[in-house]
Design a protein around this ligand. Structure first.
Ligand code: MLT
Length: 312
């Protein structure tokens, strides 16, 4: 029988469970997107996929771990825009995104929202900007650690508003959102895949979405451009990775399964409800994903340097 037990024959793949490592907390936005595609991908592969949350340091702990994993197709990383910002934010990252991973395919691109605890006084994004300027010493900004999407969006907000706020890092925006609803932190930037439910339920305030167009599932929330902060533009692209050296046939199998999962109507519907959509089949390929990663590392490296943020 075909096998891939080190003899180079990959025809039998997968012959054991595949683990997709999520670099943030369970229940948060990255986890949500991963769990949406895990079952349809497993079905397309004819195997089983287990989702594992490896939290820490804005997603860099998990990425470092997967970079070191056996390149056999059984350890896959789901990561987002943070794969492209971390090189500019960390002096000793411990892995190189372009050298240590093979790209499998892009998954989705998620708008962010600027959201606050329900009783934070400002009513609009302009009010929020004035409020944080006047209360710089006491306002708290939650994020999922240096390298998280919420961290990047928070940097852009602070740069646009001309403030330096006290940041409260969590292991993911799942727990950060719980604290926001509970009033323990003041505000944050987070993906619609996490915030939509609480916005719609009126449990948090939403000031703006960070995309050029409004989000269909949140029709009343203005864009940052409409709300007077056009500099704050960020959408959180996600992609799947395997360790460099993984056999190309396995990468292709994973990419094919990803494309099937993204064409699944249930996945499309779930994503739409949370303000996003799958990428096209052409974007769920190793080549497009790699080109995007290269471009994003350059883009965000410049933006982060221009914002005066030093790697540490
Ligand atoms: C998460 O899954 O918790 C998020 O993607 C965190 C973030 O990047 O802001």
């Amino acid at each position: 029988p075909g096998g891939d037990g080190g003899d180079g024959d990959t025809t039998g793949y997968p012959e054991q469970n595949i683990t997709i490592v999520v670099p943030f907390s369970a229940g948060g936005p990255t986890d949500t997107v991963t769990r949406m595609i895990a079952d349809p991908m497993a079905e397309a592969l004819g195997g089983k996929i287990v989702v594992q949350n490896v939290e820490g340091a804005g997603g860099t702990v998990a990425a470092g771990q997967v970079a070191q994993a056996e390149p056999d197709g059984y350890t896959v990383l789901m990561h987002h825009i943070g794969m492209s910002t971390a090189p500019a934010l960390y002096k000793d990252l411990g892995y190189q995104p372009l050298e240590d991973f093979a790209t499998v395919g892009l998954v989705t691109e998620v708008p962010m929202t600027v959201v606050a605890r329900p009783d934070l006084p400002p009513a609009t994004l302009a009010d929020l900007t004035a409020y944080v300027k006047a209360n710089q010493d006491k306002v708290t900004l939650a994020n999922a650690g240096r390298g998280a999407a919420s961290h990047l969006c928070g940097l852009l907000f602070q740069s646009a508003a001309g403030v330096k706020l006290q940041e409260v890092p969590y292991q993911g925006t799942g727990p950060a959102l719980t604290d926001l609803v509970g009033g323990q932190v003041d505000f944050m930037c987070d993906q619609t895949t996490n915030t939509s439910g609480q916005i719609t339920a009126g449990k948090i305030k939403a000031y703006a979405v960070t995309t050029p167009e409004r989000v269909k599932s949140l029709p009343d929330v203005p864009t940052t451009t409409e709300a007077g902060m056009p500099q704050l533009q960020v959408s959180v692209w996600h992609g799947l990775y395997v360790p460099a050296g993984t056999p190309p046939e396995i990468v292709q199998k994973l990419s094919g399964a990803l494309q099937k999962a993204l064409a699944d109507q249930a996945v499309i519907d779930q994503m739409a409800e949370l303000g996003t959509a799958p990428v096209t089949a052409a974007d769920a390929t190793p080549e497009t994903h790699r080109a995007h990663l290269e471009e994003q590392i350059e883009t965000w490296g410049k933006v982060i340097a221009d914002a005066g943020v030093q790697a540490s």
